[in-house]
Design a protein around this ligand. Structure first.
Ligand code: PLP
Length: 384
């Protein structure tokens, strides 16, 4: 069909996401797909049965706009038991259509034209476009390689009277780095007595290894009082296709976010909300995640240890960065495409997570895969 008008794009620089590009290529050439972040193993049958139960019970119509109260109550219990913080399910918790919708609704609610938001790169790809769609301006600070730690003096130097939001993400996609207590304390310090709000993307809160404590903003009451915490059951229960997430925030901030949320999706999926509420009651369903994924991380890292790739430590998420500078001087995108086509293992280049496509010769591999998939992929990587 031919459209004869003129389109002025609201997002002129947005192309197809790198996850879709690399997954598409993996499917096309039949490569092992360690590119997109999703598990290739079955989810809990108990959870499937619960969704089925609630569908059969007839709970198939619109959920309440902020989310089903039973799920909001269970999220409140989990936040209290995990971080010792109280969020009011009535006014301070909203269930969203995945963390992606949560991020979009928070940014849209907070950013006015001309406001600035600080994004720490490499960053998840949906933050900056949401700021731009709101007429905001993104200011970037880069994590310091090779440790992927935050450069706080740089972040601080970006703050000015127009700064409205700072976004953090821990455990961090794509690097697998985690923020430490000192980072959270510094963030608390530099935003104290300001009107800056923090968007803390904690979708990998339960995927953290080596006994490290996940440094949620929830542990820091003053910081939490000006923060949005974003969570995702897609990550926690291996159900990325269900797109169910949540936001925690003080009531005054949440009231603004709900105004946006109601016009983006109005409400999220009803039977899944009931099922997740029941499933959350058994804490083991999320407390076993660090051990479960650490075993996968160790398996994959152990197998590629003797390859020519250099392992960059992953402390959280289900991603492993591998540095290939000893193998090739190719650009990340070119090398990732070549490894997919010639060797049959798909990964994701990290450069698209930077606005200026910074190229550090590292690729991101997802280890949320079966032992068999990880073993096959690692064997191939050892031949490169
Ligand atoms: C850091 C980060 N934030 C948000 C999301 C989106 O989560 P959801 O699938 O629940 O929308 C992802 C998914 O990969 C992510 O890695």
């Amino acid at each position: 069909m031919k459209y004869s008008g003129t389109v002025t794009s609201r997002l002129p620089n947005a192309g197809t996401s790198i996850f879709a590009v690399m997954s598409g290529l993996a499917n096309e050439v039949g490569a092992i797909n360690l590119s997109q972040g999703f598990p290739d193993f079955p989810i809990s049958m108990d959870l499937v049965k619960l969704v089925n139960k609630y569908m059969r019970k007839g709970l198939n119509q619109y959920a309440p706009m902020p989310g089903g109260l039973t799920l909001r109550e269970e999220i409140a219990v989990k936040a209290f038991e995990t971080y010792g913080i109280s969020y009011d399910p009535q006014t301070e918790i909203t269930v969203t259509a995945g963390a992606t919708e949560a991020i979009f609704s928070v940014i849209t609610a907070m950013i006015h034209p001309g406001d600035e938001a600080i994004v720490i790169e490499p960053a998840y790809d949906s933050y900056a476009p949401a700021v731009e769609l709101s007429g905001g301006v993104v200011r970037y600070s880069s994590l310091q390689v090779p440790s992927y730690s935050v450069n706080w003096p740089e972040v601080k130097s970006l703050i000015n009277s127009r700064t409205k939001m700072i976004m953090i993400n821990t455990p961090h996609n794509p690097t697998g780095s985690v923020l430490l207590a000192t980072d959270l304390k510094e963030l608390d310090r530099i935003t104290r007595k300001t009107d800056i709000v923090v968007m803390s993307d904690e979708v990998y809160e339960h995927l953290i290894f080596d006994g490290i404590r996940h440094e949620s903003v929830c542990y820091y009451p003053d910081l939490a009082s000006r923060s949005f915490v974003i969570g995702s059951f897609g990550k926690t229960f291996h159900t990325t296709g269900w797109k169910t997430g949540f936001i925690l925030a003080p009531a005054v901030l949440m009231a603004e976010v709900r105004k946006v949320h109601q016009f983006v999706v109005f409400a999220s999926n009803t039977p899944i909300q009931y099922a997740v509420a029941d499933f959350l009651k058994n804490k083991e369903n999320y407390l076993q995640l660090p051990a479960f994924y650490q075993q996968k991380r160790d398996l994959f890292a152990g197998l590629v240890k003797n390859s020519r790739f250099r392992i960059i430590p992953s402390y959280g998420t289900y991603f492993q960065l591998l540095d290939y500078s000893a193998i090739s001087g190719e650009k990340e995108m070119d090398f990732a495409v070549r490894v997919t086509k010639e060797f049959g293992v798909a990964s994701v280049p990290v450069s698209p997570f930077y606005h200026n496509k910074q190229d550090n010769k590292v690729l991101r591999f997802c280890f949320a895969k079966t032992e068999e998939t990880l073993t096959k992929a690692a064997e191939i990587l050892c031949t490169i």
